[in-house]
Design a protein around this ligand. Sequence first.
Ligand code: ADP
Length: 249
Amino acid sequence: IIERKQVESALRKAETDLRRTSKLTAMGQLSASITHELGQPLSAMRTYIASLGAHSSQETQDKTLGKLTSLVERMISITQQLRYFARSGDKEMRRVNLKDTIQGALNSTQPAIQAANVTLDIQQQDKPVNVLAGSVRMEQVLVNLIRNALDAMQENPPEKPRHLLIRLSTEKDKAVLTVEDSGPGISEEAQKMLYEPFYSTKPSGIGMGLGLAISTNIIAELEGSLSAENRAEGGARFVVTVPLLEREK
Ligand code: ADP
């Protein structure tokens, strides 16, 4: 019995150590990622600001201002992604009409959609599609999927059409939200790693590899699912399903 107790206590200690180590590892990865992702635009900003001497022309100033604005926007999107870890207040679930989620997500992504020369197609029914969710989180999922689609289509050669489809439908007791793009599709390697935190094939400063990991978590909390596949005609398709609110079934 004494031996067994010793073994059990050693096991408990090993488990605690392991938990501590993996927490520290995750923190290390996150810190490295944030430092890198924010450090890069910050040092670019310093260079741009330094170049804005008193003698620079109006044209140079305007151009630099544009570059500074897009760097600030990139930093905002990084911090928005990280809000997921910080905000516990938004855990509150309420009735969310997914049509409003689409509108909300488009409000923040429309400028990027236009800038990327992407044609947008929205297919949805007239009736509301209500689910029980956190509205900000739900929007975060859709924004992630839209941004990923835009990033993917960035790689398209100029002659290949850039097309984004957002479809909202219902299927039995589920709401189905689909995001399709006409990009290169998900590579075989990415398919295996898609939902792993910190997995990204994007250049540094564009992707932290947290988007899909966070989105899957958000959807899992709603007892829904998030899946990805490549379309037969090329490009990727992401499908989010969330249980419909009881009374809507
Ligand atoms: P990030 O966007 O920061 O790279 P994500 O977790 O959102 O992180 O995505 C992980 C990876 O999944 C991306 O780097 C990319 O390789 C792949 N991926 C995601 N969405 C698409 C898409 N629409 N088309 C092709 N590949 C994609």
